[in-house]
Structures are given as structure tokens and as C-alpha cells.
Design a protein around this ligand. Sequence first.
Ligand code: FE2
Length: 527
Amino acid sequence: MATPIDRRTFLTALGLGGAAVVVSCAGDDESAPGTTTGGAATTVDDAVTTPTAGLVSDPFAWGVSSGDPTDRSVILWTRLVAATDTVVPLKWEVATDEQFSKVVGQGLVDADPAWGHSIHLDATDLAPATEYFFRFSVDEFVSPTGRTKTTPSDDDTLESLTIVFASCQNYAHGFYTAHDAIAADRPDAVFFLGDFIYESKGNPESFRPFDAPETVTLEQYRDRYSLYLSDPSLQASRAAAPWIVTWDDHEVENNMAGAISENAGEDPAEFLIRRAAAYQAYYEHQPVRLDAPEGADWAIHRTVRFGDLAEFFVLDGRQYRDDQPCDDTILSSRTDCANFAEDRTMLGAEQEAWLTDGLTGAQTTWKVLAQQTVMAGLVIGDLVLNVDQWDGYPAARDRLLGTIAEGGIDNVVVLTGDIHSAGAATLYTGPAEARVPVAAEFVGTSITSNSLVDRFPGGADAVAAVEFEGVRYLNVKDHGYCRCTITPQRWMTEFVVIDTKVEQATPRVDATATVVAGAPEVAVTLA
Ligand SMILES: [Fe+2]
């Protein structure tokens, strides 16, 4: 999916310059089901009255969020806790101050029960690179206030950008102390790289136990998101900055690959019914600038650009991938596994071609892949640590890194989640005797999900002692997130770690990794 067309460009192309026409920014001229647009058609002078719906309790208990900003618009999200099967009208407001004394946009929007009473309101006609605040209201209830920010325009010079990236927040495994820290950071944007929920059934022995079956149906997925979003720290983080999200496996099922379940023998047709339910629940709970899903196929790869400084390619490494080789076995032998050498796709042909075109034509200093699984080689002799990562898809990785090398594409940065460990690596390509560095990879550890050291203390020590090619930093024990400060001259990633077993904790920077523009070698300073 290409970058959504700018609303102003779209209107100009149609010969409609005025602000009275409201169109979707979702890439075509029709609002997707469950998606609503709004913007400058309503001005401050046209005061909007808060609608009445007869609700008897606060419907905003899951908070608010925003996402997928452009230079002129941002998606505003909420989902109502509403025990009704009717449409609920809401008032929305956007202001340039936290007290809402300078409202720049307001209007009415309907929460549709067909989409779980979720709202994806496209607030348009905003100014570039500007901070805004937003809220919703109905009856006597007013939502929490969200903070968001538009991007600079494509041609604008941007001297500095601060982003956070994070992943893997198993509710059962710890407190969301990392989200308190992200909220306090107030970055320009938060990238969430997947495993927003975990589908597995509740376990009374876990750190934060809950009682629920493994998620399979739409209602079960909705309930799981509701559990996660009941956490005030996660709500604070989601309200502190625009979020740009992709998914990994656990939004559907552990180690899924395309239409293939991890459960051997499960009928792909059955699995796709589950995937459709999971995708609808994902849409209902994320502030995405996307057409709503219609069934089990839903293209979510897209780009977000920050002026002349950075373009982010948000990838989907789950929906189109071939099945893992070697029966998806940890520590598989590259030579003994019958199908390891076969060509397998990670992104699917269409997304791979889209990415190649995008990287080749990118106009920004930094070209960033916001994606799921580790690209650096985690190989011990002949043994591949985890074939669910790019290591299980070597032909696809060679094609991608080869495209970057042969195209002379500079300043490529890969952001990664999934593996519950933190790391920084220089990515190499080419034959063993002539390896060339082509990109930098930063791997964020989990927000809470158990790390290697939680599960295999001895094994974690062994892994930490291995020297993997290009890996300059590896932390297999801590939880946290990554904070990146990006300038035209350098990319700096701070690995923030935090105690997740207490409700309030102080974050600290465990290491700082830096890449200088023009040279993909990663340098690391330990704290
Ligand atoms: Fe995970």
C-alpha cells in the first residue's frame, strides 16, 4: 500500500479546493466501514453540542489514542465501553492547548456497534509538525485527553526527531512500568512492532493472572484487548503521542505463518476464520489509517514520513510469509534440516516489490524498516537459534539486503521486536569472504513478556556469550523499550530498561547505540 494521498493534493486533483468537502485520507475516496472522517468543515464558531445517548456509566474506560499522522491529519481513536447494540453519537474536539481553550476542530461522530463502538476519526486540516490535544464526550462523560502531533511536510527540513519503539507486552508477565516511562518521554511518535496482546489462555500461576480461554472468536479477542487496555499505564502511553503500529504473531496466534497455524494439521480454511476475527479486533483497537478489514486478508503495510529526515516502512512479516522451515524447531541444524535451503518469502512478493520500490525511490536521509523479527544472523556454528526470525528465510533476507547494497541505498535502519531481547547490530551481505555492511539493526526488548533469562537461565548465559556476526550489543534479560533521537548527522538509540515486577519503577539507559549517516557500522556505549 502506497503512502496515503494527501487530502489537499487529492482535492486539488479533483478541482475541489474548498474545505467544505470532507474526504477520506485512507487512500481512496470512500470511507471504510467503521472509519469516519472529520475536520475543518466544522469550525470553532459552529459550536457543537455534546450529544445525549442515555449512557449510565463512563464509556471511556479504555482510554484514547491517535495514530498514523500525516502533515495535515491524524487518526483519533477510542472504543466505547457501551452495553448497547445501537449507534452512539460522540462529540470530538481538537485543540492546540491541553485546556481546550484554543479548539481548532470539532464535530460529531458515530460509534458503530458493528465495529465494537470503535472510532477512527480522521482529523484533517491540521498544521504540519504541530502538537495537538483531543478528547471525546457524550452525555456527562468526557474522555481522557490525548496528545498527538502531525508530521512535517515532505519538503520540510527536520533537524531532530524523537521516536520510541516497543513490542511484546504480555499482560500476565509484568506491570507496564515501561509504558509509564514512554508516556513521560512524550516522543514525536511511538512505533509498536507487534505482540500487543497475547492470545494464550489465562494462567493462575502467572504474575498478573486472569481467567480467560485462548482467544479464537471476535468476542474473545475483544475481551483480551479490553483486559490489556484496562491498564492505566498502557492508556497513558497510548494517549501521549501518535502511535504507528504493526502486528506480529500473537495478535492472532503464536508463530503463525500466513494461513498456517502452529497447530500441526489445522485446516488453513479454519485458521483463516480465526485470523479474520483477530484482524477485526486489531482494527477496532488500534488508531490506524487503514480501510477496515473485510475478512482474513488485510493489507496493513504502509509508510509514514517525517519531512526530509526519515521515512518509515511499516511492514507485515506475518500475513504473507511461508511456513517456517525445520518444523519451526529452536536450534535447527542448517545442514540436517531438509527444507532449510528452500526459497521462502517473509513479506510476500507484492509487499517485497513495494518495499524495493519504496527504498529505491526514498527521498529522506534515513530509510527505516519498522518490522517484527530479527534480521541479524543468530547462528551458532551450524545451528540456527530461531527459524521464526529472518534466519529461517535466508533467501528473502539476501534479496532485501542485496537490494540495499546493489542500489547503493544509504542510511537504512531496521527496527525489530518479537524476540524479548535487546540488541544492536551491523547487517552484512555478500559471500563469506567479502562481507559488506549495508544497514543497522536495533532490536527492542519486550515491554513485559518473559525473556530468555526468565525461561532458560542457563541457556541465556550461553547465548549472551556467543559472538554473532555484526552484533555489538545483546541484552537477554531486561525489559523495556528503545528511544531514538534522529538527526541528519546520526541515529542514536537508547536502550531503556526498567523493573516490571513492581508497579512503579525508575527507567535507566543500559546502552546507547549510534550510527553516523553515511556509514552503517553500529557503535555501542554501555552505561
Ligand atoms: Fe512477543
